[in-house]
Write a protein that binds this ligand. Structure first.
Ligand code: SAH
Length: 472
């Protein structure tokens, strides 16, 4: 991946003598034109050098060489193909990795500080950024829509899939050139935020701290950008990597951001504790944890003898492996009678789930496409039919209290419900399958927006053996 930044002299106040020779770009980037800088990154190597450096025209080049093996080690199973971590465009197409490299090597310049040329750092100068191959997935004209409103003259050259066979069409990559009279820091921040947005792919490879930085670098221009919503939506996908790279399914940091000073437990702990409590109260001995993830709920239930049989089910084999490790299942053979982990999907009927007292679905339904919910309900309430079902899901209204009214809490969420939507779905489902339903607020409750998490407790009132729909 190659990015070049070219500066031509900035005209002085009288429009005649340039105040800043182009070669002063090195002072603002804090990289000396005569030196080669090399920096090791978690996924490869970045080099900065100057192919040209004269008072009339100076170009700094950032070359990022990605090590595909290092990259694959940092990958988490996404929903791409199994080979995706090894075979992908990451090493070649500028996107999130280039953004991270940018911040690593030009971090100070990005803040707008310059030790020796603060005046230049504060001045808009003629700059051109060129990216030899930028990933651009999305609507036609996306580069123009993203960079145009910020004042750039945008030039894109499509890259053919194979120049010998033009009929094969184009790849989602372009050669990108952006020119404007801007401050160096602005240009860097625009690139930093918008390259991953333009790329639009899920990324697995970047650390948690990137997120906050990404947000900060949008300050001052993102709020008024006409494509703000698109940028935010795509940017959230960039955030997903954070969840994927995170140590566990712990809840995003901002969920605890508004916690009062007396520091409540983390929302996810509070949620799991509440569900564990409700399961206990139900009197259940045989419990299903549907969408058990890494087994955080099971771990909480394990010390309680009342729970004689605990079964976790999840779609993600990787999560199940972690759950097994967390629960220490290999070193505790005595647990094998009591705890089992099943690989499976909630949207297909599964006879292994029949005959249980209770089932928990903690922060699971919002990970399913809405049109799958009917299948889930049929399998859980109609087919497995435990006496008690405990279901939690985010309360979308509370997101306003996080100051993120329009965003989903987690990029993997397919939807989040308001309290009314939650009531409507749970009531219809309960009625249809012969359950009664009660509700509880979980976690902090906002006076206007309600609780962080909404919980429904279903209790079977109809017959355990459901008559076939035909009534035969
Ligand atoms: N209940 C856990 C994990 C919540 S994250 C906890 O509270 O900590 C949501 C989980 O649902 C993930 O582990 C995901 O793999 C799982 N999941 C998503 N769709 C699923 C499906 N169709 N069948 C089973 N599990 C699913």
């Amino acid at each position: 991946m190659l990015l070049t930044l070219t500066m031509t002299p900035a005209p002085g106040p009288d429009q005649t003598a340039p105040t800043w020779p182009a070669s002063d770009l090195g002072f603002v980037l804090m990289k000396h034109p005569e030196h080669l800088l090399e920096k090791t990154l978690p996924f490869g190597k970045a080099s900065v050098f100057y192919p040209e450096a004269s008072p009339e025209r100076t170009t700094a080049a950032l070359l990022v060489e990605v090590d595909p093996v290092a990259l694959s080690r940092r990958a988490r199973p996404g929903d791409g193909s199994p080979l995706e971590p090894y075979v992908n465009d990451r090493p070649y197409a500028a996107g999130s990795l280039l953004a991270v490299a940018l911040r690593e090597v030009f971090g100070t310049a990005m803040t707008g500080h310059s030790r020796e040329r603060q005046g230049l750092a504060d001045t808009s100068v003629p700059l051109t950024a060129q990216i030899s191959c930028a990933a651009s997935r999305g609507p036609a004209g996306l580069p123009e829509r993203l960079f145009g409103p910020l004042g750039y003259a945008v030039q894109t050259t499509p890259i053919a899939l194979d120049p010998l066979y033009p009929e094969w069409g184009e790849r989602p990559y372009v050669r990108l050139s952006l020119s404007a009279c801007v401050r160096v820091a602005e240009l860097l921040r625009h690139l930093y935020v918008l390259l991953p947005v333009l790329d639009g792919k899920k990324h697995y490879y970047v650390g948690e701290t990137e997120v906050g930085k990404l947000l900060r670098h949008g300050e001052g221009w993102l709020e008024t950008h006409p494509e703000r919503e698109l940028i935010t939506r795509r940017y959230l996908r960039f955030r997903e990597l954070v969840q994927q790279a995170g140590e566990s399914f712990s809840v995003p940091a901002e969920e605890s951001g508004d916690a009062p000073p007396e520091a409540r437990p983390r929302p996810h702990d509070e949620r799991l504790d509440t569900v564990a409590q409700a399961l206990k109260a139900s009197g259940a001995a045989r419990v299903l944890d549907l969408g058990c993830g890494e087994g955080q709920l099971l771990r909480r239930l394990l010390p309680t003898a009342q729970f004689r049989e605990l079964v976790g089910l999840d779609l993600s084999a990787r999560s199940l492996e972690r759950a097994a490790a967390q629960l220490n299942l290999t070193e505790r053979p005595e647990l094998r009678e009591r705890v089992r982990l099943l690989h499976g999907s909630l949207i297909y009927p599964d006879s292994r789930l029949k005959g249980f007292d209770a089932a928990a679905l903690v922060e699971v339904i919002e990970h399913l496409e809405p049109h799958r919910l009917e299948a889930l309900a049929e399998n859980v309430f109609g087919f497995a039919r435990p006496r008690t079902v405990i279901l939690t899901t985010p309360n979308a209204e509370y997101n306003t209290a996080f100051n993120k009214p329009l965003e989903l809490r987690h990029a993997d969420h397919r939807f989040e419900w308001t309290r009314a939507e939650f009531r409507a779905w749970t009531q219809t489902t309960a009625e249809h399958y012969g359950y009664s339903v009660d509700y509880a607020d979980v976690g902090e409750v906002h006076p206007a927006f309600g609780p962080i998490t909404q919980m429904a407790v279903f209790t079977l009132v109809g017959p355990r053996d459901r008559a076939p729909a035909s009534g035969a």
